[in-house]
Design a protein around this ligand. Structure first.
Ligand code: TXA
Ligand code: MG
Length: 350
């Protein structure tokens, strides 16, 4: 299949391109598009054949449900059975934005879109290109991240092109994603709201908006939990770079010393090495490639750079990677969740 690639400026959107892409979606085709979190691989959420095509293009297991993207609250009423009061409070505060909520679906939403579940994940993105595309497509775009299953989510169009060229109809290049990690997911289908995936909207932000405690799905915190995570996608190895990644945790000096010891040993074995460092530490490492993810205490900055760095290590054929560890509250919880998954939970404490 020939994939058309168009560049768009979020502040001055070419309506003709949006119309063409919207028509492709209406006819059951696939369009990758920018959002403020990561790039999405879109199809008409209400068309079962479109959802099947999404799974095929990504190479994704079909029990892993898709997020439905909408542009206004009226659209939500048409696809869910009921909207809890708390969900409206969160929508009021954080939509449009990097928050996904899970509701009981009604019959309009095909099971192909929800991986066979009776619930549906819904998000209202803030990116203007995404919003224009949703409106041009009929209002409901099912979109997982626009990477091949298992690879790091793309935060620039270059990596969408790498994974999806030849597999989908159109790729819209809207520049770099703001947030850099996928949306926070909150479930509302079991009474109390529960975080199924951490993201830029933090536990504290949710608790502030709801004036109540918001729990985590335990299965995403305990690596050896026997219960599967409630978001099926969280059970798969994910965000995986091609090389092997290990996290090293401890105080600054000890971490630098340990990582340098490990990289020297790898170099003796003729392996190409990389380090995910910070502004404060990047000059102290001796690996073949050292990349700063930002300032140690600015987890938002680290979130913004993380997936791009993992992809860049792949481009440079790095075989062994080490990453510093980050604070695990606030946005740091999302950063550590993705890093641990990318590392297959390999962590060395020094
Ligand atoms: O930021 C984002 O959310 C991006 C952009 C494109 O919007 N999308 C994204 O989609 O990350 P995806 O498919 O890569 O991740 C969706 C996650 C998966 O872990 C999936 O299992 C979970 O959401 N999910 C979707 N529907 C669900 C449902 N009904 N119940 C539980 N988990 C669900
Ligand atoms: Mg994904």
């Amino acid at each position: 299949m020939e994939t058309k690639i168009y560049s768009l400026n979020e502040e001055n959107i070419d309506i003709n391109i949006i119309k063409e892409a919207g028509d492709v979606l209406k006819k059951g085709g696939l369009v990758a598009f920018p959002t403020e979190t990561v790039y999405g691989l879109g199809g008409d959420a209400l068309n079962p054949d479109s959802s099947k095509k999404i799974y095929a293009a990504k190479g994704r297991p079909s029990d892993n449900p898709l997020i439905v993207h909408i542009s206004n609250l009226k659209a939500l009423e048409k696809i869910v059975k009921d909207i809890p009061e708390d969900a409206l409070k969160l929508a009021d505060k954080y939509w449009p934005g990097p928050l996904t909520m899970i509701f009981n679906k009604n019959d309009v939403v095909p099971k192909e879109t929800t991986g066979g579940l009776e619930t549906v994940a819904v998000r209202m993105p803030s990116n203007k290109i995404a919003r224009a595309l949703i409106d041009a497509s009929g209002g409901y775009i099912a979109a997982p991240s626009a990477n091949l299953s298992g690879r790091p989510s793309p935060t620039v169009a270059k990596y969408v092109i790498e994974d999806m060229k030849g597999r989908i109809d159109i790729i819209l290049d809207g520049g770099e994603s703001d947030v850099g990690l996928e949306s926070t997911i909150v479930d509302f289908t079991e009474g109390k709201p529960m975080i199924l995936r951490p993201g830029f909207i933090t536990q504290k932000m949710l608790e502030e908006a709801l004036s109540e405690k918001v729990e985590w799905d335990r299965a995403i915190i305990d690596a050896d939990s026997k219960t599967p995570p409630k978001a099926p996608g969280m059970k798969y190895r994910h965000y995986a770079p091609k090389g092997e990644l290990v996290i090293v945790e401890g105080n600054k000096e000890d971490v630098i010393k340990k990582i340098n010891e490990l990289t020297n040993a790898d170099k003796n074995n003729n392996l190409r090495t990389g380090v995910i460092a910070t502004e404060e530490t990047k000059d102290y490492y001796c690996a073949d490639l050292v990349k700063s993810a930002g300032h140690k205490d600015e987890e938002g900055e680290v979130a913004h750079h993380l997936f791009r760095i993992l992809r860049e290590f792949d481009e440079e054929n790095i075989q062994k990677m080490y990453s510093e560890s980050f604070k695990s509250d606030g946005v740091g919880a999302a950063v550590m969740n993705r890093l641990l998954k990318a590392a297959g939970h390999q962590i060395i404490k020094v």
